[in-house]
Design a protein around this ligand. Sequence first.
Ligand code: COA
Ligand code: ZN
Length: 317
Amino acid sequence: MNRGSALIEVNEVGPRDGLQIEPVFVATDDKVAFVDALSACGFKRIEVSSMTSPKAIPALADAQDVLRRIRRAPGTIYTALIPNVRGLERALEVGVDEMNLVMSASETHNRANLRMTREQSLGELLAILKYARAHGDVPCNVSLSTVFGCPFEGDIAPDDVMTLATRLVDAGARGITLCDTTGMAFPNQVAALCEQAAHTLGPDIALTLHLHNTRGMALANAVAGWQTGITRFDAAVGGLGGCPYAPGASGNVNTEELVHMFACMGVDTGVDLPALLNIVATLPDLVQRNMTTPLLAAGPRLQTHPAPAWLAERFPA
Ligand code: COA
Ligand code: ZN
């Protein structure tokens, strides 16, 4: 049954998931300008950076500077990805509106990405949730990587994902993001896990879908999740993105394509598509490489073009 909402929230993760894998370091000034431009597009949330080890993610080593310097638009929630207690401390120093904690549902990906066992990561996240509650009650969401499949282990049992999510929710997480880290998800799998998560975690826990387009299924997966009642989606402008510690990883679901698709379907994202397309045009300069941006090239579906001049001669009125 279609329970798709007419209103959804887009969390722009381009400055974090997008830039974390880029080989050329984007200067801090340019990152700040990028986030400020995104702030003018009407996003509900922007994930500005990650408070990870600069050795693990050198591309985002300036996370604190970026968070200090961005102009914060009223109504936009500014978040950062946090893997451990050290990351929490760094986030609190600069102020974020919401923490996005991270660990993997897969033991091997957790070890490769976060250099901890899942039990160690869970210990860090539980400590962060406890601290956040005691200090100003900063809202915490948890992003669970590889829930639709792990590039090292293959399928991950949905019941194991639910056990992990339940432990985090019981400890105070307000939301869970189901992450398809390397684009292994397919539509009916997405629908089934979203249904199971909504049923297991209950209506008070915000569920978000984090999709990658590695195998071309991201938009189909977004619709599948939306039809089960999911209203929050992570996406990266220009389809930037990928986890450097997951083999074969590539871009997130493309924000402009997600916004455009839902607009066609009459679903409001609150995002200003023309303003966003102006940013898409600047991305090759930002990341210093060529990019394929089909929606920018073609324009939104009802942006029509002049008929070829020769038609008037061939078919006179
Ligand atoms: N922020 C900044 N520095 C950090 C840090 C953080 N959150 N956590 C640890 N460090 C520093 C330590 O201070 C230490 O520095 P030193 O070598 O100068 O003494 C160094 O990093 C190693 O610390 P350690 O606790 O041993 O970390 P680790 O090497 O085991 O790595 C993580 C653990 C989680 C910090 C690291 O794997 C990481 O940041 N991973 C993020 C991966 C990621 O973002 N992937 C993409 C998103 S899914
Ligand atoms: Zn991702």
